[in-house]
Design a protein around this ligand. Structure first.
Ligand code: WTA
Length: 655
């Protein structure tokens, strides 16, 4: 176990309070006792079959629940289904067409309410437009947008015609867009003129133009008008969204898709410089998102759900789009940042729409703590009945603050552990049943099997720590990595053979509850976003002044971890703060602003073993100012002393 992990445990142990569900909450909760766990334990496949019958509308029911040829799963084999039908038509046909699907809040203050019937119409129009542009079943379509309603419309329009979407977070750079479009072989890219962000604009269309100079497969670009500012349009290639949909019919037959047809790919960072295109298919993914959304967030007919993630990440795919729409729930969708025009924007939004469930990342909560409780205190947040977190371990202090100052000391807080790869929530409380412990995601959901194991794959005893693994296939599991089955096997299955290796360290306590403690591989978690150390290193060495670079995560009070880079310059290049700024920008250009190193320490040499391997573990200890212990395997021990003083000077400078 790493030192960081043991530091975390110490912090966790200090908070001993537990929070059983209140009788009031349990009385109306949609899961009220343990029976769901017992049922799933008795026969997991029968359990999932029953959930599929409850949640999914197949136009042809499946024949087999699961075909498991380790490590490749097929769920609900033989079923025919369409994700956009599941999310839209079903509700309209049942007479709920007038229910709002989205209460959309633009950053500048403009708003839109979109009912299920309206969303269906928009999806059909755009689906027809995509067909008219030559997009076919089985194609991949790129989406690079901000948080506007046309983003879920675009995703569902793809699903309607059987094309897989590949959404790229709007904060990524042109190069990152180009890489993902090339890897997925997307034929069309949907974007917008610009996005609003903290009162200024993000030049999405311009980034797309730069990206397209480096892609071969994109033939067509569709541009949604958002800010209305002038953007260059390339004749014959670029089309305005509003022009395309205007003349299209308002209905479009949903394509009959196989349960196992690809619904989307979503790229996530791994331990190499090349992001992985995670594949999710149709029926299993829909079931995982709908079931978990229902039981973990205790969905009620009048729920107003707000997942404050960006749709560019998996959390937004699963809990802004497919889970809530599948369940016919009303969601708030917000375009901008939490501090525009002031630091109470979220709380004003909750009050305005009567939000009942809020789902966000610990990094946001820590930021709100820093801003102060006076911002939430200005607003009536009494509509909230449940709070959730995701993306990184939550420190008990933030958990308690969240419950106290946002949840009014009343609401349960559900800490949900999952990954892009799992499709939906895996380990989390059921709020009407589970005793909550600040800092613990508690236990695997009914139907999910997880364990904490040692290096050899043996379960650790209660109270022990090790690696988190998933021990049975689940409906929403990734079906592989786009174009790279070998990497899929190697990343997740080679370590233990028959168990899915999640890449997370975890501890299991005396009650069997899980405490996640961060990644155990070369993946950093900055503000809940996964960033690969190797990817940032490659971006740094791409700069002409850099000879060598090593990147590690450094603990950060606000963002969880921050990127710390150690950089050796080429001969003759002078160290300077200007150069450090230039290197940060270079990383921003190649990957995106989220990957920019917060700390850059120049060093004449990196600490290496005698065989020439960079000692990353040591660099992390240096950046976090820890005692280094034994450094005898180093080729040159002096390098370390020098680095320690440089890193300390760097840390002082930034304070
Ligand atoms: C981390 C986000 C602790 C974990 C849905 C995982 C968490 C990675 C939690 C996946 C949590 C997510 N407690 N750690 N509740 N939720 N993580 O793919 O390290 O962006 O492996 O999916 O985030 O990040 P991803």
């Amino acid at each position: 176990m790493t030192d960081t992990a043991s530091v975390n445990i110490d912090a966790l142990l200090k908070e001993g309070r537990t929070f059983p569900p209140t009788a009031d909450f349990t009385a109306t909760a949609n899961v009220r006792d343990d029976s769901l766990y017992a049922e799933a334990d008795a026969d997991a496949e029968a359990f999932w079959a029953k959930q599929a019958d409850k949640y999914l509308s197949f136009s042809r029911r499946w024949d087999t629940v699961l075909e498991w040829k380790l490590p490749f799963a097929r769920w609900f084999v033989g079923g025919v289904i369409n994700a956009s039908y599941q999310c839209l038509d079903r509700h309209v046909e049942a007479g709920r067409g007038n229910k709002p699907a989205y209460l959309w809040e633009g950053e500048p203050g403009d708003t839109r309410t979109i009912t299920y019937a309206e969303l269906l119409e928009q999806v059909c129009r755009f689906a027809n437009a995509l067909k008219a542009l030559g997009v076919k079943r089985g194609d991949r379509v790129g989406i690079y947008m901000g948080m506007v309603p046309e983003l879920p419309v675009a995703m569902l329009a793809c699903a309607r015609i059987g094309a897989a979407h590949s959404v790229v977070f709007g904060g990524f750079s042109a190069d990152a867009v180009a890489d993902r479009m090339n890897d997925s072989g997307s034929v069309l890219l949907i974007t917008q003129d610009e996005a609003w962000r903290r009162g200024t604009t993000v030049a999405l269309k311009r980034n797309v133009d730069d990206a397209l100079a480096k892609t071969e497969t994109i033939r067509t670009v569709v541009v949604v008008r958002r800010t209305g500012n002038q953007v260059p349009m390339t004749e014959g290639r670029d089309h305005w969204y509003h022009d395309l949909v205007e003349s299209q019919p308002t209905t479009c037959d949903p394509e009959q898709m196989d349960s196992e047809d690809l619904l989307f790919t979503l790229y996530t960072s791994g331990t190499t410089a090349k992001p992985k295109g995670i594949k999710h298919t149709t029926a299993g993914y829909l079931l995982q998102t709908m079931y978990t959304h229902d039981v973990v967030f205790d969905i009620q007919p009048d729920t107003v759900f707000w997942c404050a993630a960006d749709i560019g990440w998996v959390t937004g795919h699963s809990y802004i789009v497919y889970g809530p729409l599948g369940n016919g729930v009303t969601s708030v969708m917000y375009e901008g940042t939490p501090d525009f025009p002031d630091k109470d924007r979220w709380w004003a939004t909750i009050e305005k729409y009567g939000v009942t469930v809020l789902y966000c990342a610990p990094t946001a909560i820590r930021t709100f703590m820093k801003w102060g409780k006076e911002y939430p205190e200005k607003h009536d947040l009494s509509s909230l009945r449940l709070l959730g977190t995701v993306g990184e371990p939550i420190n008990p202090e933030a958990w308690i603050w969240y419950r106290q100052f946002i949840g009014g000391g009343r609401t349960p807080v559900v800490d949900t552990w999952w990954q892009t790869e799992t499709g939906g929530i895996m380990i989390a409380p059921l709020p009407g049943v589970t005793v909550l412990k600040p800092g613990s995601a508690t236990r695997p959901l009914p139907g999910i099997s997880a364990s904490v194991v040692d290096e050899q794959g043996n379960p650790v005893p209660l109270g022990g720590g090790g690696y988190a693994v998933l021990t049975r296939p689940w409906p929403g599991m990734l079906r592989g990595i786009w174009g790279d089955d070998e990497r899929y096997k190697e990343t997740y299955w080679n370590k233990y053979g028959d168990k899915y290796f999640a890449g997370d360290g975890a501890r299991i306590d005396e009650d069997g509850d899980f405490w996640f403690m961060g990644r155990v591989d070369d993946v950093m978690n900055v503000s809940g976003h996964r960033i690969s150390t190797t990817e940032v290193e490659s971006a740094l060495v791409d700069h002409p002044s850099v000879a060598e670079a090593a990147v590690t995560a450094k603990a950060d009070a606000q963002t969880g971890q921050a990127v710390a880079a150690f950089v050796t310059l080429r001969g003759g290049v002078e160290e300077s703060t200007e150069l450090a700024a230039e290197l940060r920008d270079h990383v921003g250009k190649l990957i995106g602003a989220i990957a920019k190193p917060k700390w850059i320490t120049f060093t004449p040499e990196l600490p290496k073993t005698r065989s020439g391997k960079i000692m990353r573990r040591l660099l992390r200890d240096i950046s976090e100012n820890r005692d280094l212990g034994d450094t005898t395997t180093l080729a040159d021990a002096n390098v370390v002393n020098e680095l320690q003083s440089r890193a300390a000077a760097e840390a002082d400078k930034e304070q």
